[in-house]
Design a protein around this ligand. Structure first.
Ligand code: C5P
Length: 222
């Protein structure tokens, strides 16, 4: 087989959803399966990288050779990622981090009261990706953008706003994106783009990891 192109590089990957607790038995989550992020971790490890995977609650086996840190909420994910980021060369943020969490976690199970509804107050979670991108000694930072429309324009705006080195954008909806084995990605970086056609997530992950290695090299050389 070809030489392992990522030997000596340290990859940090986040994957999966976050769960934001409402009370001891309920939470707010999302439909991320974690498959894309786990595939990125696996692809990087197979190319010889040292890989740390920060995983939200998912039902997936840890890829061979990958060090895994399990977290539940966005704030736990933030703490784990920020603690790890400074000693990594690349951060791939594939997690579907919940944007909001309940402003307080009820200590006991919330009870129904008559026919009344329930209003939940939510506060915003920290943007982990933007925080890593703002670190003084930052790794090469790769974000994901799941969009239902205007994929390229929204993703490029996100690349610029969060000051990313690369973004992998995909269309999500009923027939693509979450909870599937395949996906298609549009890669954007500050002065370029490349479309990765619909393929198995593991195949896409291999292509993505190869592009990251190229772009990171080009950036270092610049
Ligand atoms: O802004 P948006 O949520 O669409 O951005 C998606 C990207 O930002 C993904 O790479 C995701 O992992 C990351 N993100 C994050 N922390 C958040 C929200 C999103 O790291 N609170």
């Amino acid at each position: 087989r070809a030489p392992r192109t990522l030997a000596g590089l340290k990859f940090l990957v986040s994957a999966g959803p976050t769960f934001e607790d409402i009370d001891p038995v309920r939470f707010i989550g999302n439909r991320s399966s974690g498959r894309m992020g786990f595939a990125v971790a696996e692809a990087a490890a197979r190319e010889g990288a040292q890989v740390t995977l920060v995983a939200g609650p998912v039902a997936l086996a840890t890829p061979a050779g990958v060090e895994r840190i399990d977290v539940r909420s966005a704030r736990e994910m933030r703490d784990a990622v920020l603690a790890q980021a400074p000693r990594h060369d690349v951060f791939v943020s594939a997690a579907a981090v919940g944007d909001f969490r309940p402003s307080a976690v009820a200590p006991q199970k919330l009870k129904k009261s008559g026919d009344g509804g329930l209003e939940l107050a939510l506060v915003q979670n920290p943007d982990i990706l933007a925080e890593v991108a703002a670190l003084p000694q930052r790794p090469f930072v790769v974000g994901f953008a799941a969009e239902t429309e205007n994929v390229e324009a929204y993703a490029r705006a996100k690349l610029e706003r969060k000051r990313l080195d690369m973004i992998a954008a995909n269309r999500v909806g009923a027939d693509c994106g979450f909870e599937r084995d395949d996906n298609a990605l549009l890669l954007l970086w500050p002065d370029g783009r490349e479309e990765l056609a619909q393929a198995d997530k593991r195949e896409l992950a291999r292509a993505l990891v190869a592009r990251i290695a190229e772009r990171r090299g080009a950036k270092d050389a610049a």
